[in-house]
Design a protein. Structure first.
Length: 554
């Protein structure tokens, strides 16, 4: 262990004032002489995702104390994608990633924490916690509060993603309003993050495979009886990480990032990984491009049969053997490098050696029977997306489409057009000015994509946007189109009736027979939606989605 940073704030006669302040809230001289461990979490009463954080934080703190550290609890914020979806409030979600990372960094720098335990759950808190630990490069552990249990509707397990599709199904007359209400009432049965292989569970898997989370912890569901004891063990681990001075810069190598991409690809994970992985890589000075993501995904088979494209939810993966079961498969197949270091000080291969596969499980396929030969993350380019765009292709997604452009300059107008039947089979719904700068905040389009699939148009309508998608999205949906419309990207030149062609195998998304450059010469940027406050600050500082939509000083 190197010299403790916290000595600077608590040691010596001249620090008597600081010690006096801490004694006011119950800390003793003995406490303040120990290593100081920041325990961050995102408890908030606006969603189920982080609702167990206060309780889990107490178990984490117990583990820290047992191992000889002094925990100091801190709270940051969170925005629920699922709750804000389909409203302008969704623009705040990706912005929250930067704010959460910044807030953890600020407290850790200001209060000289020697190590960090970052408890995360909903979509943006996970990459944000990892970004803060990486930016500080202090010993730390990133943990996932756990998945929500599946809801039960009739004889079927459902998630909140099914409810969003049901909205479209009800609008199209395929289910009744009563059935929609019944699904709403049972889809989310308790605390925990969304249950499919959506963004939260995707990034939870990423944290284990990349090495920042202890293998086995993140798979345990939010309300499972094993979570408290596992949290105590994780708190103890933080002191071991500090003792061995195991910093994120030693773990987050290019090899580790490629391992993480393979896990996303093999699990049918969220396209949001194409934002969060480059953003995390930037914190440790590693260049990770969309081409890297596509290259690894092309060579990795789709092995996990998880929602939204598959049959099972995250709790089913836990019962089958956990994230570590899929990781072991990928190591055995040569798709993941098992020599990569993890936060325990052991290699990823060593950590998954003793994994127990539940006999007869169907969630993770054997290597010789993949769902698809290629992973689910696909990067497309072309005259509509010269810097790239991203799609998630599952075993049921159509892989080519040609149709008429129906162009909308915001998500809300597009949603109403879909639910009211103003678009239909043969159309490509285009939603622009919803990118990182233009929205600002690059909102997810689950309300629109769910409505399209819910109406039964999953094989008849495609969507192209400079916004992004929920991990719950189904269908041929192309997001992250870069450059975005607000920066004068080609998507700004589209008009109703243009012919758009999408070819997944060729990795192309293009408009046919149109001189976009000529149209763009007449283009003028729209007035910003926000002129002050956090939204305006973010719009001024954010970069391209193709580079992770990170904010940088001007």
């Amino acid at each position: 262990m190197s010299e403790l940073l916290s000595r600077r704030i608590f040691e010596g006669k001249d620090r008597a004032g600081a010690r006096a302040m801490m004694k006011a809230i119950g800390f003793t001289d003995e406490d303040l002489a120990r290593p100081q461990v920041g325990v961050s979490h995102s408890w908030i009463e606006t969603m189920p995702c982080n609702f167990n954080h206060r309780e889990l934080a107490q178990h984490l703190k117990t583990g820290v104390r047992q191992a000889g550290g002094n925990p100091q609890e801190l709270n940051t914020i969170a925005i629920s994608d699922g709750v804000t979806m389909g409203t302008p409030g969704m623009r705040t979600s990706l912005i929250s990633r930067e704010l959460i990372a910044d807030s953890i960094e600020l407290v850790a720098r200001g209060h000289y924490f020697d190590a960090l335990v970052c408890l995360t759950a909903c979509d943006k808190t996970i990459p944000a916690g990892a970004m803060a630990v990486a930016r500080l490069d202090r010993p730390g552990v990133v943990l996932y509060g756990g998945s929500i249990a599946a809801g039960r509707f009739g004889n079927t397990d459902i998630t909140v993603g099914d409810v969003y599709e049901a909205i479209g199904a009800e609008a199209g007359g395929r289910i009744t309003a009563t059935e929609l209400k019944q699904m709403e009432d049972v889809a989310c049965p308790g605390a925990g993050a969304c249950g499919g292989q959506f963004t939260a569970n995707t990034m939870s898997m990423v944290m284990e495979v990349i090495g920042l989370s202890p293998v086995g912890y993140n798979s345990i569901p939010a309300m499972h009886e094993r979570k408290p004891e596992a949290s105590i063990e994780a708190g103890r681990l933080a002191l071991q990480v500090l003792k061995h001075d195991l910093r994120p810069s030693k773990i987050l190598t290019k090899k580790a990032f490629e391992n993480a991409i393979a896990a996303v690809a093999a699990s049918g994970g969220s396209t949001n990984a194409a934002l969060h992985l480059p953003a995390l890589a930037a914190e440790v000075g590693i260049e990770l491009t969309l081409d890297d993501i596509d290259r690894v995904s092309r060579r990795t088979p789709l092995l996990a049969d998880l929602k939204p494209g598959g049959r099972f939810v995250a709790v089913d993966l836990f019962k089958a053997g956990g994230i570590q079961l899929l990781t072991k498969r990928l190591i055995e197949g040569g798709y993941v490098d098992g020599s990569a270091l993890t936060v325990t000080g052991r290699t990823l291969g060593e950590e998954v050696e003793r994994v127990k596969e539940t006999p007869g499980q169907e969630v993770v396929r054997p290597l010789d029977r993949p769902i698809k030969e290629e992973g689910g993350l696909v990067v497309l380019r072309g005259n509509l997306a010269p810097e790239g765009s991203v799609s998630k292709i599952t075993g049921h997604t159509m892989t080519s489409f040609k149709g008429r452009a129906r162009v909308f300059d915001d998500e809300d107008t597009a949603f109403h057009a879909v639910t009211e039947g103003a678009v239909g089979p043969g159309d490509v719904v285009v939603i622009r000015y919803e990118g990182p700068k233009g929205a600002p905040g690059m909102p997810e389009m689950l309300a629109v994509t769910g409505a399209i699939v819910g109406r039964g148009w999953g094989q008849q309508v495609a969507l192209v946007t400079d916004g992004r998608f929920s991990g719950a999205t189904n269908g041929l949906m192309i997001g992250h189109v870069s450059p975005e419309a607000a920066r004068g990207g080609p998507i700004a030149g589209l008009r109703d009736g243009d012919t758009i062609s999408i070819d997944v195998a060729a990795r192309r998304v293009e408009v046919e027979g149109v001189d976009l450059a000529a149209r763009l010469r007449e283009w003028k940027p729209p007035e910003p939606r926000y002129r002050a406050g956090v939204m305006a600050k973010y719009a001024a500082l954010v970069g391209s989605a193709a580079e992770g939509a990170v904010t940088r000083p001007v």
